[in-house]
Design a protein around this ligand. Structure first.
Ligand code: AMP
Length: 190
């Protein structure tokens, strides 16, 4: 049976959001994107948004306690009991531990972590294109470089963490959206 409690890991621009959206439709489970939730909080001018904004504008990580609170609140909602596709959370070891503790308490442990891998030069190109299309304030050349570094230093080590737990699937994300979706589907069914 296909897993329904999923996490998509990968560098900025690897296509996590696009693939998470497709999985949300296919599996009928919510996509949980901390990036989107934080952008909504910034737009609403909420206390979380006010704390998060300067970090996001610089391409740095929002402090763990803020993001963990946002993610936990979302995962406790009734619709996540049937499953979820986490996109962009966790991004640090301490976020990963907090997630494990929460999901253990809810008796809904992660079933599969899909690591989407794309060469860094190709990603920078993709992100610059996305910046033109979506007008995201954090897609300038300078913040893109920061976000890549932050990914390498803080988030990439999570790949080994989940590999050690035996729930990691690695997918080459350098192809077109359809092809990557096919590879993700195969990884989930394996
Ligand atoms: P994303 O849309 O996932 O690329 O996230 C956009 C920005 O939101 C990131 O560059 C971070 O500043 C912030 N953000 C999103 N998710 C997290 C997280 N799990 N931990 C820390 N910061 C996050």
């Amino acid at each position: 049976m296909t897993a329904r409690r999923l996490l998509l890991l990968g560098p900025p621009g690897a296509g996590k959001g696009t693939q998470a959206q497709r999985l949300e439709e296919q599996l009928r489970v919510p996509q949980i994107s901390t990036g989107e939730m934080l952008r909504a909080a910034v737009a609403a001018g909420s206390p979380v948004g006010k704390r998060a904004r300067s970090f996001m504008d610089r391409g740095e990580l929002v402090p763990d306690e803020v993001v963990i609170g946002v993610a936990e609140e979302r995962l406790r909602k009734a619709d996540a009991a049937r499953g979820f596709v986490l996109d962009g959370f966790p991004r640090t070891a301490s976020q990963a531990r907090a997630l494990d503790t929460l999901l253990e308490a809810l008796e809904t442990p992660l079933e599969c972590v899909v690591s989407i891998q794309v060469d860094e030069d190709a990603l920078v190109e993709r992100l610059l294109k996305r910046a033109e299309l979506e007008e995201r304030g954090d897609d300038t050349p300078e913040t893109i470089r920061t976000r890549m570094r932050v990914y390498r230093e803080r988030t990439q080590p999570l790949i080994d963490y989940y590999r050690g737990r035996g729930i990691l699937a690695e997918v080459d994300g350098s192809a077109c959206v359809e092809e990557v979706a096919k590879r993700v589907g195969e990884a989930l069914a394996a």
